[in-house]
Design a protein around this ligand. Structure first.
Ligand code: MOS
Length: 706
């Protein structure tokens, strides 16, 4: 018997191509006769366009077309796209950076040069920019989940609580900032459209673009081979994905359109800042009796996006009364969108700082407080959890970090000029599951190909899908290859919601089981599938290869509350005089079901934890309050953690967990979980170091001055 291949730390087969520059990302795709598009963005956040002078641009070298609202063909309102409107259709300005003109030229340089020659005059109108200035205009809407929930009697339980803490917390606007900005290449052949697109969801793009251009889905093919990060900004279909095919129609040539780094701040969404009000009531013994969590966040002028920051307390702690609420405020800004980790990411900053405050109010160790409120069933729905090993995360995390013996009192650990602090927080992320399908083919040489229209976004899918198939088939995973990123292949959901491993993995698992059964049938009994044997079986049945379709749908029956969990521990050192914070140690221990590949899983969590350092200390998309423009539309001004900011990071999973309620693989979601809890763990560590309670991220040195 061979050892299980699932669970092995296999290396990435696509690693060498990526580090050697051999991997082709969307904009690298060679397309014969391709031209280049450049977008001109509005410099005003609101009002109307009153004049466009584009003669100079039209006469500039290499220019093939200049498209504005004055000459663009009228298109239908987009369906299935992030936003309900398209630019270049009217004179209305809805946010700074909104495309107001598009130039197509023979070369990228010519397009960018001509784009600078387009002169647009605006009649500006007063803009609403900061949602916190317009809270009286907040309103309730509903997108993915209910906006409000309530169980129990929060007011009654707060009135009887021994201790009540009530505070307001703030998170800031952040941008995804993947290395590869969004890019689309549109190539028409009559009414047949091919799009090479940096997307997290080729199927979503196909359907939205087909509808927009009056094509059948079969007339649109969407492809990508590698996606250079997305983190949510490539999850929905944005305007450039319609503008590229529009421009290609007008120019009569294939068009490449890649967002500049500056445009990546406004041409797709961002993670909106939040204002969160939390009230916790508890007994003197530290049992929560009431949780009230309300969140407000901005949305665009035309469309609704809700950051469900108050979603976590619906499921996290055992508590008889829980009330959650979400409101949004319209501002003249681009539409927010999910960003790893949406909802739980910003929400748990607030909830977990609040829990730390409660721990200090009651003088109970922060880990102990969470254990006293451990939920054995979902506190809102009463449903059992599919599987939950959070208690083990607290225990193992405490051990690995050395939490026991931590002095409770802030400001008591120091070394030289460094004030040292230890903080912790819980991580929770809902598990999303999507229907998926895959085709698996084995040939006489024993080579296996898995085909599925999923996306390679850096998470390790080309490593672990072969691993899953190899495990079932009993073949060497090096002989199994994944072909992906193409709507001509079997359909899957988007690469978002931390759903791909468990969803597509379950379809691959199903396909491999079917393939094995078919081979056994042909061979007249279940046999070992070594290459020689497979060749013999196929030859005997007169086949070159054998293909089967595998699929998976999440079952709706047997209601279970499904989440992945973790416990995050942080050590910070705050310079006594300069008040600069460094995160010197992070330990994250996670309960996420069965781990298919500990190497790629660990990579994802390290990425999430690193991003948490950004959330806690660095990242903020500052907006000019008059111009409505992000101040630093580049990676010099938008601060992300770099290697020098990342010290010791330790990641572990609860190894023997298998969640067969979530998926036949036993896996749940992990991708976004790593970015949850870190912000609060660091903020709590900063309090422990300095005694200064900061209820806002990112934490800046000036917030820590006495
Ligand atoms: Mo993720 S924010 O669902 O790409």
């Amino acid at each position: 018997m061979t050892a299980s291949i699932i669970g092995q730390a296999l290396r990435r087969p696509d690693g060498p191509a990526k580090v050697s520059g051999g991997a082709l990302y969307t904009a690298d795709t060679p397309v014969a006769g391709a031209t280049f598009a450049a977008l001109v963005g509005s410099t005003s956040p609101s009002g109307r366009i009153v004049g466009i002078e584009d003669e100079a641009a039209r006469r500039a070298p290499g220019v093939l077309a200049v498209v504005t609202h004055e000459n663009a063909p009228r298109l239908a309102e987009p369906a299935g796209a992030a936003q309900s409107w398209l630019p270049l259709q009217d004179d209305r300005i809805r946010h700074e950076g909104q495309p107001v003109a598009l130039v197509v030229a023979e070369t990228l340089e010519q397009a960018q040069h001509a784009a600078r020659l387009v002169q647009v005059r605006y009649a500006a109108e007063p803009a609403r920019l900061e949602f916190r200035d317009h809270l009286d205009e907040r309103f309730a809407a509903e997108t993915n989940f209910p906006a409000d929930t309530a169980v129990g009697d929060v007011d009654g339980d707060l009135a009887e609580a021994d201790t009540v803490i009530r505070h307001t917390y703030h998170t800031t606007d952040r941008h995804h900032s993947p290395l590869e900005t969004s890019a689309t290449i549109a190539d028409w052949d009559g009414d047949q459209l091919t799009l090479y697109d940096a997307t997290q969801w080729v199927w979503g793009v196909r359907s939205a673009v087909a509808t927009e251009f009056g094509l059948s889905p079969g007339e649109v093919r969407v492809l990508n081979h590698f996606v250079g990060g997305g983190f949510g900004c490539k999850g929905f279909v944005w305007q450039h994905q319609f503008l590229a095919p529009l421009a290609a129609r007008i120019a009569g040539r294939p068009v490449k359109l890649q967002l500049t780094r500056a445009q990546a701040f406004t041409a797709h969404g961002y993670q909106p800042g939040t204002l969160q009000e939390i009230t916790l009531g508890a007994t003197a013994a530290g049992n929560l009796t009431a949780i009230r969590h309300h969140s407000v966040s901005p949305t665009s002028i035309a469309d609704d996006y809700i950051e469900y920051a108050a979603i976590s307390p619906r499921s996290l702690y055992g508590c008889p009364s829980i009330e959650t609420q979400h409101r949004i405020v319209r501002v003249h800004r681009n539409l927010p969108t999910p960003m790893r980790a949406p909802h739980e990411g910003p929400g748990m900053v607030a909830l977990e700082i609040a829990m730390d405050e409660l721990a200090y109010e009651l003088a109970i160790d922060p880990v102990e407080l969470r254990l006293r409120n451990y939920a054995e069933t979902d506190p809102s729905s009463g449903e059992p959890f599919s599987s939950k090993r959070l208690r083990d995360c607290y225990r193992e995390g405490s051990d690995r970090f050395g939490w026991d013996g931590r002095p409770m009192e802030p400001g008591t650990m120091r070394e030289g000029h460094d004030l040292i602090g230890w903080g912790m927080a819980t991580a929770i992320m809902q598990t999303f599951r999507m229907p998926a399908s895959a085709r698996i083919t084995i040939d006489r040489a024993g080579e296996v190909v898995i085909e599925s229209g999923t996306q390679e976004i850096g998470t390790g899918i080309p490593t672990i899908m072969p691993q899953i198939a190899a495990d079932v088939l009993g073949v060497d995973p090096a002989r199994v290859r994944l072909v992906l990123g193409d709507t001509d292949l079997p359909e899957t959901g988007g690469t978002f919601g931390s759903s791909t491993t468990l969803s597509l993995g379950s379809a691959v698992h199903d396909g491999a089981l079917r393939l094995r059964a078919r081979l056994a049938e042909l061979a007249g009994g279940d046999v070992g599938l070594d290459a020689a044997h497979v060749g013999e079986i196929l030859a005997r049945s007169g086949r070159e290869r054998l293909s089967v379709e595998g699929s998976w749908r999440p079952d709706r029956g047997g209601a279970r509350s499904m989440h992945s969990y973790g416990a995050v521990f942080a050590e910070v050192r705050v310079d006594e005089d300069l008040r600069i914070t460094r995160v010197t140690r992070l330990v994250g221990v996670y309960s996420a079901g069965r781990i298919i590949n500990p190497r790629t899983a660990r990579s994802q969590m390290i990425g999430g934890l690193t991003w948490g350092i950004g959330q806690a200390l660095l990242e903020s998309s500052e907006l000019d309050p008059h111009l409505g423009r992000y101040l630093s539309k580049n990676l010099a001004g938008y601060l992300l953690p770099v290697n020098a900011d990342v010290h010791q990071v330790e990641v572990a999973f609860i190894e023997d967990e298998v969640d067969l309620q979530a998926s036949p693989l036993g896996a749940r979601g992990i991708g976004e979980l790593g970015a949850v809890g870190v912000g609060a763990a660091i903020a709590n560590a900063v309090f422990h170091a300095t005694g200064v309670r900061v209820r806002e991220v990112p934490i800046r040195p000036e917030m820590l001055l006495d």
